[in-house]
Design a protein around this ligand. Structure first.
Ligand SMILES: [Zn+2]
Length: 111
């Protein structure tokens, strides 16, 4: 049986870290200023690129946040370590690599 309190602790820490960076980077995802006089055409393209990257990063972050929250819910519900599809135990090695995995290897591979 995995050490649930240790997993919970590390997941909570990671969640806080992610939420902090979401707040810290909120500014970079705001719509790019369209004022052509203030910024040249090239730097505006740069700004758009930076913004697109920031938005992609944020999407990944939101997905990870959702996975961590779901994993924490499963710990609370005493369902952690069991596949959400078939209910079988998830291999400890698999959980070691990523404690947020919701399914066993069989269900994850779609077989
Ligand atoms: Zn399964």
């Amino acid at each position: 049986m995995p050490d649930l309190s240790a997993i919970k602790k590390s997941l909570t820490a990671r969640l806080e870290e992610l939420q902090t960076s979401t707040e810290a980077t909120a500014e970079s995802r705001k719509p790019v200023e369209l004022d052509q006089a203030a910024v040249g055409r090239l730097s505006r393209m740069d700004a758009l690129q930076v913004q697109a990257m920031a938005q992609a990063t944020e999407r990944h972050r939101e997905q990870e946040i959702a996975r961590i929250k779901a994993a924490l819910d499963r710990i609370e519900a005493d369902e952690f370590g069991y596949c959400i599809v078939c209910g079988e135990e998830i291999a400890p090695k698999r959980l070691e690599i990523d404690p947020t995995v919701p399914t066993c290897i069989v269900c994850a591979s779609g077989k």
